[in-house]
Design a protein around this ligand. Structure first.
Ligand code: TTP
Ligand code: MN
Ligand code: MN
Ligand code: MN
Length: 370
């Protein structure tokens, strides 16, 4: 399929989810600069360029040894022309001109500051910049922005008040201890609950920007009522000081999602990733600092998929879902693995694609069973 593939000494999967991407590796000097360029594009609102950089970053991070010759990555998937040019410049001169420019760009560095505030994403950082703000102190002093973001204002206020505390990372030990603490409350409300700590913790990171706790229970009806009760108890105890909660609505899609994670005769796309969750600010009894804790509650039938989705990384999920969709014809979400057929009669092309997917699925089944 790929005639140049043999030219590279490195393994060359089409999807980055098949690459081992360690946190520390032999090409940090390259990936640090790619990460900077990715982030610059992301904050500029250029998501497709940002994604291309992230995929190339994964490829470089997965290389088993220090890269010295650009030819060795010439034919690799997910290394586009512009990424290769950047890597070549780093190999030749040690620095990418683009990365250096971007790292010193005044608009970028200002937006980077703003984005470090909890509740401030790319969109709000951009809007604040355009409104003329240049420092966090200015945002604190002049609150006229509140009218611009009425829905996010409360979260931003918390973010500003607790900027230093929420900006500091939560060490692994504390994540674990906070997990034990929240679990005790949940298990008192609903005995027999199960909890997995997901996010960066589950990927082995030594410290995380937040904690991700995923709860389930074998009783699917009971778990539906856990989240509101748990939040109330944690608030009463003075542990949760702020919560941004999303619970699903009882639409037909939700009910189907809730009870049937694997659907093979579905004719329209069910809602994806509408799991009950609450993004909280938690006063940690461990460190005395305010910490971000995400609490997610799902029925037992969806638990594995939700744990997978909330373990991340974001790029791993994205790539895995793309692989499922393109190669297998499955839709992977935090609810389950869905196979969706079109309602109208299949065109010849759709039928062929379906056969292709069936074969791939069978191959995969065999591999996994044997
Ligand atoms: P994060 O907690 O944002 O990031 P992280 O845990 O990878 O990093 P850190 O350790 O520094 O906190 O997200 C964790 C995973 O949860 C991420 O892969 C994406 C997933 N996720 C969802 O599926 N839905 C959501 O709404 C959010 C916010 C995250
Ligand atoms: Mn996390
Ligand atoms: Mn999180
Ligand atoms: Mn749902």
């Amino acid at each position: 399929e790929d005639t140049n593939a043999s030219a590279s000494p490195f393994s060359n999967p089409k999807y980055v989810c098949f690459l081992p991407v360690p946190r520390q590796h032999s090409n940090m000097h390259i990936t640090d600069q790619l990460a900077c360029i990715e982030d610059f594009y992301f904050l500029s609102g250029d998501e497709s360029r940002a994604l291309a950089m992230r995929r190339s970053l994964c490829v470089i991070a997965a290389l088993p040894r220090r890269l010295t010759r650009i030819q060795d990555i010439q034919s690799l998937h997910n290394m586009g022309q512009s990424s290769r040019a950047i890597v070549k410049e780093i190999l030749d001169k040690g620095r990418s001109t683009a990365a250096t420019c971007m790292a010193n760009d005044p608009k970028y560095t200002t937006m980077l500051q703003f984005r470090s505030i909890y509740g401030c994403g790319q969109r709000i950082a951009q809007a604040l910049y355009e409104r003329g703000y240049r420092t966090i102190a200015e945002i604190c002093a002049d609150r006229s922005w509140v009218a611009d973001f009425p829905l996010s204002a409360e979260r931003l206020e918390w973010g500003l008040t607790l900027h230093t505390e929420l900006g500091s990372q939560v060490p692994r030990d504390e994540v674990k201890q906070l997990g034990d603490c929240v679990y005790k409350y949940a298990n008192t409300i609903l005995p027999g609950v199960m909890m997995t700590i997901g996010g960066g913790y589950r990927r082995g990171k030594p410290a995380s920007k937040d904690c991700d706790f995923i709860f389930t229970h074998n009783d699917s009806d009971a778990i539906e009522f856990l989240l509101p009760q748990l939040l109330l108890q944690l608030q009463v105890a003075g542990l949760v000081v702020h919560a941004n909660t999303q619970v699903g609505h009882n639409t037909p899609e939700r009910i189907i999602n809730y009870h049937y994670p694997i659907i093979s005769d579905f004719t329209h796309r069910p809602l994806l990733d509408c799991t009950d969750r609450s993004f909280t600010i938690f006063k940690s009894p461990v460190s005395g600092l305010h910490r971000r804790i995400d609490i997610i509650c799902v029925p037992r039938t969806q638990y594995a998929y939700t744990v997978l989705a909330w373990t991340g990384s974001k790029q791993f999920n994205r790539s895995l879902r793309l692989y499922a969709e393109r190669e297998l014809g499955w839709t992977l979400s935090s609810h389950g693995l869905l196979q969706i057929y079109s309602e109208s009669g299949d065109s010849e092309q759709q039928q062929q694609q379906h056969q292709h997917h069936q074969q791939k699925s069978e191959q995969l089944g065999r591999t996994h069973n044997g």
